[in-house]
Design a protein around this ligand. Structure first.
Ligand code: ZN
Length: 311
């Protein structure tokens, strides 16, 4: 009997945004372009290029406009960026970005402390962004961070997450990412939440976004696949973190996810060797090792060791 699992998945490389924004080293526009173009050439269908947020808040992303302007776009690849407000929509439209993503924290405590509003109210306030994006011919999606738990709450009730989904749908956003920025998700919970969300919101295009803070990223992706989810974020070489969560690790390493899928016969369209090359190049640019099993151990298929000869 074989395990029930999806046949193909769509991966988004979020390293250029979620990964690099947590690195001390500031990459040049040329280095970013080299990496992003190599990611596209490795076969990624979706790439998160950067974010249009205040350059003082995230200096690593200050040059996202220039990156978009100079990017060699591969046909069929979707290049998206994170935005926080109307200014972000304007910047995106000004440099030819055609897909933007909004974000809200599912933690009421976190959202109220930061923005003095409940998460669903924040999302209702995105109406202007959604209208402006559509008027500019851009696609718009949304993400919900801390959807599986937060460091500021004992628990995030699923009803709270659903309230946020309802608020996104009310402003016309039907592509939604459930994100575990703090690395608190675990497989049985992921399965249960995904199954429930798919049942409650068949009209939503779902993404999953897991950080590997406690080593459960890959297991959580598996649980998502078993619940029938097919869209996952990952970051080259596993770079990243979360500025306000102590000890937060990056997203699950892209090459680890591609390797998992290759081994199981789940189609990704991504070439693992080329993806590993991109990650190695990134490690070289950053000058430090990262959280990537594959970069450390290589592909299991490449392991044909010589047996020691007895003398
Ligand atoms: Zn993230």
């Amino acid at each position: 009997m074989s395990m029930d699992i999806v046949k193909a998945v769509t991966l988004c490389e979020v390293g250029p945004r979620d990964g690099l924004q947590n690195e001390k080293t500031l990459l040049s526009v040329e280095e970013k372009l080299e990496l992003i173009e190599a990611v596209a050439d490795a076969g990624f269908p979706v790439i998160e290029v950067g974010s249009f947020v205040h350059p003082k808040a995230v200096p690593q992303m200050a040059d996202t406009d220039e990156v978009f302007r100079r990017l060699r776009r591969k046909p069929g690849v979707q290049y998206r960026a994170l935005i926080a407000n109307l200014k972000g929509v304007e910047r995106a439209a000004g440099c030819g970005c055609t897909k933007v993503k909004l974000n809200v924290s599912a933690s009421k405590a976190h959202n109220i402390a930061n923005l003095n509003r409940a998460p669903a109210e924040t999302v209702a306030g995105f109406q202007g962004c959604a209208d402006a994006a559509r008027a500019a011919g851009m696609e718009i999606s949304g993400s919900i961070s801390m959807a599986f738990g937060s460091p500021w709450d004992r628990e995030i009730p699923l009803s709270d997450v659903k309230e946020i989904v309802d608020a996104y749908l009310a402003v016309g956003v039907t592509e939604i990412s459930l994100s575990d920025a703090s690395g608190q998700a675990y497989p049985t919970q992921v399965y249960q939440i995904c199954a429930e969300m798919a049942r409650s919101y068949p009209q939503v295009t779902w993404w999953l976004h897991f950080h590997n803070t406690r080593g459960l990223g890959i297991s959580n992706i598996m649980a998502g696949m078993q619940a029938g989810f097919t869209r996952f974020d990952s970051a080259f070489a596993g770079v990243g973190g979360c500025p306000f969560v102590p000890g937060a690790a990056g997203n699950v390493a892209t090459e680890d996810v591609v390797h998992l899928c290759d081994e199981m016969g789940v189609e990704t369209g991504v070439d693992l060797d080329r993806s590993m090359e991109v990650s190695r190049r990134l490690v070289q640019i950053l000058g430090h090792n990262t959280d990537s099993y594959l970069l450390r151990a290589g592909k299991s298929k490449d392991l044909i060791l010589e047996l020691p000869v007895k003398k």
